[in-house]
Structure formats: C-alpha cells, structure tokens
Design a protein around this ligand. Sequence first.
Ligand code: FNR
Length: 379
Amino acid sequence: MRKMLTIADLKDLARRRVPTMFFDYADSGAWTESTYRANEEDFARIKLRQRVLVDMTDRSLESRMIGEKVSMPVALAPTGLTGMQHADGEMLAAQAAEAFGVPFTLSTMSICSIEDVSSVTTKPFWFQLYVMRDRDFVGNLIDRAKAANCSALVLTADLQILGQRHKDVRNGLSAPPKLTLPNLVNMALRPRWCLGMLGTSRRTFRNIVGHAKGVGHLSSLSSWTAEQFDPKLSWDDVAWIKERWGGKLVIKGILDEEDAHMAAATGADAIIVSNHGGRQLDGALSSIAMLPRIVDAVGDKIEIHVDGGIRSGQDVLKAIALGAKGTYIGRPFLYGLGAMGKDGVTTALEIIRKELDITMALCGKRNIADVDGSVLAQV
Ligand code: FNR
C-alpha cells in the first residue's frame, strides 16, 4: 500500500474502500459546491512568513479549547453517518481522538449512539445537538449526553433546513443503504467494508431510532430532516437549551458578525465560525475569509473556533494566526476512517500534527501559544 503522507492520500484510499454513496456523502457540498471549494482555496491564498536562525528546540503544540487541555488545537467535527464510512465509525474515531488527546464531537445524526461511544471511551467527549420539533426528544438527548458525562454541548445553528447536495439525491442516500442491484454491485467491490458491516449491529441512527416518538425506522436522512428539524428554532431557544444542559456550550455555524454578537450575548463558551463544510448555503463566503472579521467583532467577548477546508497542519497554523483558539476537521478524519478505520483517523491526526509542528518551526515559533498574525506574509 502507498504510504499515507497527506490527507489527499487518505481520501484516495477511502474512495476505493467506501461505497460510493457514503464516500460521496462526505465529499459533497451544496448545489454548485462553490463554498465547499472556497473553504479550501482561500486557505491556499494565505501565505506564510519564513523566519530563520531561531532556536527551534522544545516545541509545543499543547493548547486549550474551552478550558480543556488538547495536544494540538484540532478537534474532530461532528459528522452524521460516520458509522457508514466504516463499521462502528464513531466509536473508533472517538477512541483515536481520545488516545491523541483531542476532542471528539458526536453528531446527533450518528450511527453509533451516545451510549455506544461512552461505553468504549474513558474521557468525556462532546455532543452536537440538532433541534427537532419534538422538544421532549431534544431534552432527552441533552439528558443522555449529560448522563454519558459529555463535557461540551455543540449546538448547530446552521441546519434548520437541509441544504441540497445533488450527489446525495442522485445516489438515493440512506442508512443502511437500500439493497438495489447497483448498490449491491458497488458494495461487493468493497469487501472490507461489507465484512465490517456484517460484523456490527450498528447500521442505523441509534441516537434517534427507538428514542424519538414514533420512529421505529429511519432510512432517508433528507426526508427525516425535512419532517423533524425545527425551522422555528431561534435565538430565544438557546436560553432553555443552555439551562437544561448546564455545562459548556458551543454554538456552531456562525458566519456573520451580527450573528456572532448575538451568539456572544447568549453567554455561550465559544462559537465555531463555520458554513457546515460548504454543505448548507452555497455562495456563502469561506470560513477562513470570515474568521478575521468575526475575531474583530467579538474576539474580546467569546472564544472563537473555526472549521471548513482544513486539510493540513499549515491550514491549522493559518487559522490560529488569524485568531482562532481552536479548529475542527470533518472530512480529513472521515477519509482516514474510510481508508483504514481507527488507524486511519490516527494517521490523519498524525499527518496534521507533523505538518503543524514543522510549519510552526519554519515560521520561527516554538510554541503554539505564541502564534499570531506575525507568521503571515503580507501579499
Ligand atoms: C458534516 N457536518 C455536520 N455538522 C454538524 O453540526 N452535525 C452533523 O451531523 C454534521 N454532519 C456532517 C457530515 C459530513 C459527511 C460532513 C463532511 C460534515 C459539518 C462538520 O461538522 C464541519 O462543519 C465540516 O465538516 C467542516 O469542514 P471540513 O473539515 O469537512 O472541510
């Protein structure tokens, strides 16, 4: 097997190992995918400042995100259907993150449940909340996250209405996949994935099925989302969510200065500057383009994190230089998971850590805490 040196290497391998429907689910953005592309392209436009003859011994990437110690300022973003990239995907990714010393965020739309992940980890993970019309169910999800000792609730604010991703519509995305002839042929060409799925009982949305009222079966993500997600969700709802939860709260999906002010006023612990990886509003600006504007607006009021388009440790360094206290990767760890299971998630994190460490050193910094705008070149 080719040596995995970059996130792109993991992506190539995942494409060969994961059924097309689920690989495409990860590798897609809304409509024309212009925001999905911009997230990555805008990172490439930012240039670094080379510095020389600075003592580079004893470097450190250790940092804190919402007060939690992290071995580098990179968390795993919440991603739906992760257990379809690889059997038991959320459990494996959480274990890899825990061993690496970075936060894992479990999505509401995960295949493995809060309880499944909690049963295979020893340290607290984070839970991402989507708000449904059935508020009893939402309250119950919050209580389950509390019972599992989750140390942060990440409230996603940018998906009351699902942005259309054409690939998912064309592929008839469902979990588990419908056993049509094309799907069976596609899966048969990926025997490793099939064997994994046959060896697990976790093939549907276990946070939801059996918990939400009247949901005995849930296969189509888009139709369930359209029926259940609450389009009425507003800033007023944040207060009861915050109170019911009672712990650290992060608001995800902020891409505008005015919304950043509103989020800071809720008393949340952090915001994530995010456009959902380009999967929601196609035509929105990239996260990294908006980051400095949001840091200017509320950087003195609330901790700021960012996600979207991070594919290397260089990108992490650029985000930190532009004022983020923490970053998240979505697709990079999914590609690792699809390519090589838990080892692949660890490999993705190792690739990013190595790139971050080397880049920081070549920019003349020994400690991530000292990284600021001075590492960026004026172009
Ligand atoms: C996501 N994202 C996401 N966000 C969220 O709050 N809840 C979710 O269930 C999901 N599901 C999901 C599935 C997949 C396949 C992807 C790729 C993304 C968005 C995710 O948390 C994050 O914002 C982006 O993935 C960041 O962009 P990159 O790192 O993937 O470029």
